[in-house]
Design a protein around this ligand. Structure first.
Ligand code: SF4
Length: 455
């Protein structure tokens, strides 16, 4: 039996898709190279932006056509389904949707899209055991047993050098634009003993890099152990066990919770990567207040100063949300100025989409779509210019990189990442994937470094 996954949205979704894949692999299932040849297609969805949901609706139409082609009905266009061997085979296709759209829209999706056999909410991922059994013909159709979550499954794909380690989930912050607290629930942390056991298993698998994951990772708390404590514990455990995991990253941080203790923990542990992703979201205090972010631009810049002081070689990246209700030209200019002041080497920029059920959706002063797009393009241009200026300062220096695989456009080159999360491309055999290599950063093209292997 084979599965095919389409995963949208954040790293947590990627980690959870991997957990479900591991459940299926445990039953002997393998990954299909394309959806056309799969027995089970799983779409793991994101509700943070409307565009992500719209794309999934389009994909559901496509799966409906695939089912029709398999069943020998309907006239799906040949170009869309190149695998003629699948036509009219009658081979069953099970389609399941999971993730935040499943949590938000529930079974109403099944009414609108009959192609969907299952809609699996964020806390019922254990349902996939029963879904797989049915697809195998090992259990009869009918109501699924009450589902549980899948916390006992690792998100690591065997053989891969990098792994996500979920350490907490949920969020208590209720930013005015964000639907996450409604769909992922309140903050729940994972016991440190479980996390360390998973680290041991990943070390035994030869993993080189992990990312400690949580919707609000630095709110981690377990019996008096906070996130700086967990980061220090993780680094010390890897050191003591002489683990091949040399790099530890973490995502996502809330600026309010980024503490001096965390900066000190990172400074004291070489395995903790010098890359801090700290979502600013906006450069105007008025908008930050309306967003309910819990800090001012001045507070944020204090954190930036702290990071620069404790971790002088760290790179800083951010998220920026433009077009929030009530935003003025002056607010946009403040945001553009903040990009330069914080000296970000990377920024994920997006424009505001109202999400039903959030406070911002009913706020006055909604910005027209065309203006949001125009503002976004200005912010993107400014953020790229700042990133290039900051990244250029690293050209000429040496860096340890973890090789990810062959470069996209050149078979004689590989792509890799620095501890600061910079992308590097250099001449090397592709067999180096998953290993650490020392390179000199020789040039910058767009936002990718070129490098040269050094002894
Ligand atoms: S901190 Fe704010 S933006 Fe981040 S997940 Fe929580 S509510 Fe959403």
């Amino acid at each position: 039996m084979t599965y095919f996954f389409e995963t949208y949205g954040c790293q947590m979704n990627k980690a959870e898709s991997a957990q479900v894949k591991n459940l299926l692999a445990g039953r002997g299932w393998t990954e299909s190279p394309s959806p056309e040849t799969a027995d089970l297609a799983v779409i793991n969805t994101c509700s943070v932006r409307k565009t992500a949901e719209t794309r999934v609706f389009g994909r559901l139409g496509w799966y409906e056509s695939l089912k029709a082609v398999r069943e020998g009905r309907g006239g799906a266009k040949t170009a869309a389904f190149p695998l003629a061997a699948e036509r009219g085979t009658g081979r069953p296709l099970t389609v399941a949707l999971m993730g935040c759209m499943a949590e938000r829209l529930g079974d109403s999706l099944k009414k609108d899209f009959p192609v969907l056999d299952y809609v699996v909410g964020n806390f019922q991922k254990g349902d996939f055991a029963a879904i797989a059994a049915r697809a195998e013909g090992a259990s009869p159709a009918g109501e699924l047993p009450a589902g549980e979550d899948l916390d006992c499954f690792t998100s690591h794909t065997p053989g891969e050098a990098s792994a996500y380690v979920p350490v907490m989930r949920g969020c208590d912050n209720f930013c005015a634009y964000c639907i996450v607290p409604y769909l992922r629930g309140r903050e729940v942390s994972r016991p440190p003993g479980d996390i360390l056991s998973e680290l041991d298993a990943l070390s035994a698998d030869g993993v080189r890099e992990i990312t400690l994951l949580g919707q609000n990772v630095n709110s981690y708390r377990w019996d008096g152990l906070d996130f700086p404590g967990l980061a220090a514990l993780t680094a010390a455990h890897l050191e003591r066990t002489d683990s091949p995991i040399r790099w530890v990253r973490f995502l996502s941080s809330h600026p309010r919770d980024f503490s001096p203790a965390l900066a000190e923990a990172i400074a004291a542990a070489p395995r903790l990567c010098r890359h801090i992703h700290l979502p600013l979201q906006h450069g105007s205090d008025r908008i930050l207040r309306a967003m309910n972010r819990g800090y001012t631009l001045g507070d944020y810049m204090e954190k930036v100063r702290l990071i620069r002081e404790c971790l002088p070689d760290a790179s800083l990246s951010t998220d920026i949300l433009v077009g929030f209700p009530g935003e003025t030209e002056d607010d946009v200019e403040r945001t553009i100025a903040a990009l330069g002041e914080a000296r970000f080497e990377g920024a994920y920029t997006y424009y505001y989409n109202p999400r039903e059920g959030t406070a911002a959706a009913s706020m006055p002063g909604q910005i027209p779509e065309a203006l949001k797009k125009e503002r976004l393009s200005r912010v993107i241009e400014a953020s790229l210019a700042v990133a290039r200026r900051e990244m250029a300062k690293r050209v000429g220096s040496g860096a340890l990189v973890l090789v990810e695989g062959p470069a996209r456009d050149s078979p004689s080159e590989v792509r890799a990442r620095t501890a600061q999360d910079g992308r590097v491309v250099f001449e090397a055999p592709s067999g180096l994937a998953g290993t650490f290599v020392k390179v000199q950063l020789t040039a910058l093209t767009g936002n990718t470094f070129r490098g040269r292997v050094i002894p």
